[in-house]
Design a binder for this molecule. Structure first.
Ligand SMILES: Cc1ncc(COP(=O)(O)O)c(C=O)c1O
Length: 384
C-alpha cells in the first residue's frame, strides 16, 4: 500500500533519532529532564474544571455541536476581543476551532491551489508547512534573523513571489524565538497583503503570555480585517492543551472559507468545552495573571542561568520558550544529542523549526524552578 504523493511530500520528522535516544535513556533508568515539548506542566485551573463539569451535565451539550461555534462561545469571543484588544468583531467574523492547529492546518485548503505560494516564517511552527503541502501549495520560507529582531524582511521577498502568494503566516509572540511584533510591522505587512491581495494569517496562541507590554492584535489596524485571520487558543493561556479549544477571528470571507473546509471535515468543537471556554474567557483574568507570572519567573531564571553559564541567549519577551545560540560551532542536532547523552536533558534543536533555526536551541519552560536548577547545573558540563 502506497501513501499518497501529498503524504509522501511532507517533510521528514527530524526528531526521529533524538526521540529514539530519549526513549532509550528512559529505558536505561536515567533521570531525564524534558525541556523539549511546549506542553504546560500545571493542571487546568480548578475553576475551569468546575466550568467543564457543569457544562458536561447539560443534555443540550450532548448532541453534535452546531455550526461555527455555540452562541455562548462566539459571544464570549466577541466580548474578549473588545476587552483584550479593543477590537470590534461580528458573529460572522468568528469561528470555534478544535485548537488553533485545526484552523492553521486547514486554512490553506480553503484558499490555496496547486502552484500558489504560502509565505512561512523560518524558524516556525511546523503546522504552517504541513497544511501548505497537504493542500498542494508551495512553501516560501521567510528567515527570521536576530539582526531583524526575528521579524521577516518583507522588502526582500521578490515581487514574482508576492504575486503568487495566497497566505502569509505570521506568529507573534513567536514560537520558538519569543520575539514580539509591533503595530508598525503589522501595518507594513498589511500594505503588502493589500497590494498583492493575499491573506495574513497571524497565529497568536501566546498573546497573553508576555513579560513586558501586552502584545497588540493585528486586527486593531483600521481596514486590516478583510485581509486578516488571527488564531487564538486556550491551550497555553489556561493550561488547556488537552481540551483542544481555540478560535479564529478575521474577515468574514476568510472565516467563510475556513468554516466551509471544516464543515466538511469535522463536526465541531465539543459543546461542553465551548461553554466552559466561554466562561473561562469571561471570568478567569486572575488565572491568566498567575500563569503569566509563573512563566515570567521561570523565563528569568532560565535566561539568567544560561547567561551565567556563558550561553548567548535571547532576552525572553513572551511565550513559554527560551531561544539560545548553540555553542562551539556545533549544529543544533549535534548539540541536542550531546546534551541528552552527557547531561540527561532534552531540549529542542532549532533545525526542527526550519534551517534558519539551526544555530539555536529551544528550552520549554515547563518544569518547576528546582528542576530547572538541576537542568542548568547539568548544562555546566557542556560549557566547560
Ligand atoms: C505557534 C503555535 N501555533 C499553534 C499551536 C497549536 O495550538 P493548539 O494547542 O491551540 O492547537 C502551537 C502549539 O504549540 C504553537 O506553538
Amino acid at each position: 500500500m502506497e501513501f499518497s504523493n501529498r503524504v509522501k511530500s511532507l517533510p521528514p520528522y527530524v526528531f526521529v533519532e533524538l526521540s529514539r535516544k530519549k526513549k532509550q535513556a528512559i529505558k536505561e533508568g536515567r533521570k531525564i529532564i524534558d525541556l523539549g515539548i511546549g506542553d504546560p506542566d500545571k493542571p487546568t485551573p480548578k475553576k475551569i474544571i468546575n466550568f467543564i463539569k457543569e457544562a458536561s451535565e447539560k443534555s443540550e451539550n450532548h448532541q453534535y455541536p452546531i455550526g461555527r461555534g455555540s452562541k455562548i462561545f462566539i459571544d464570549a469571543i466577541i466580548e474578549w476581543m473588545k476587552k483584550r484588544f479593543n477590537v470590534t468583531v461580528q458573529e460572522n467574523e468568528v469561528l470555534a476551532l478544535i485548537g488553533a492547529k485545526d484552523g492553521i492546518t486547514h486554512l490553506p485548503l480553503a484558499f490555496v491551489n496547486p502552484g500558489d505560494i504560502v509565505l512561512i516564517p523560518d524558524p516556525g511552527y511546523p503546522g504552517y508547512t504541513s497544511g501548505t503541502i497537504l493542500s498542494g501549495g508551495e512553501t516560501y520560507f521567510m528567515p527570521l534573523l536576530k539582526e531583524n529582531n526575528f521579524l521577516p524582511d518583507l522588502n526582500s521577498i521578490p515581487e514574482n513571489i508576492y504575486k503568487r502568494t495566497k497566505i502569509m503566516w505570521l506568529n507573534y509572540p513567536n514560537n520558538p524565538t519569543s520575539a514580539i511584533a509591533d503595530i508598525n510591522f503589522y501595518k507594513k505587512a498589511i500594505s503588502y497583503a493589500k497590494k498583492y491581495n493575499f491573506i495574513i494569517a497571524q497565529d497568536a496562541p501566546y498573546c497573553d503570555i508576555y513579560f513586558q507590554d501586552p502584545p497588540v492584535s493585528i486586527l486593531s489596524i483600521d481596514g486590516a480585517k478583510e485581509n486578516v485571520i488571527e488564531f487564538f487558543s486556550l491551550s497555553k493561556t489556561y493550561n488547556m492543551t488537552g481540551w483542544r479549544i481555540g478560535y479564529a477571528v478575521g474577515g468574514s470571507k476568510i472565516i467563510d472559507g475556513l468554516a466551509t473546509v471544516k464543515e466538511n471535515m469535522d463536526s465541531g468543537t465539543v459543546s461542553a468545552i465551548q461553554e466552559a471556554s466561554a466562561n473561562t474567557l469571561k471570568y478567569c483574568d486572575e488565572e491568566v495573571i498567575k500563569i503569566r507570572e509563573l512563566y515570567k519567573k521561570r523565563a528569568m531564571q532560565c535566561y539568567n542561568g544560561l547567561l551565567n553559564l556563558g550561553f548567548n541567549v535571547l532576552e525572553p519577551k513572551a511565550t513559554l520558550y527560551i531561544w539560545a545560540e548553540v555553542p562551539n560551532g556545533l549544529t543544533s542536532m549535534e548539540f541536542a544529542t550531546k546534551v541528552l547523552e552527557e547531561c540527561d536533558v532534552v531540549l529542542t534543536p532549532g533545525i526542527g523549526f526550519g534551517s534558519s533555526g539551526d544555530k539555536y536551541f529551544r528550552i520549554a519552560l515547563t518544569v518547576d524552578e528546582d528542576i530547572m536548577q538541576v537542568a542548568l547545573s547539568r548544562l555546566k558540563k557542556i560549557k566547560k
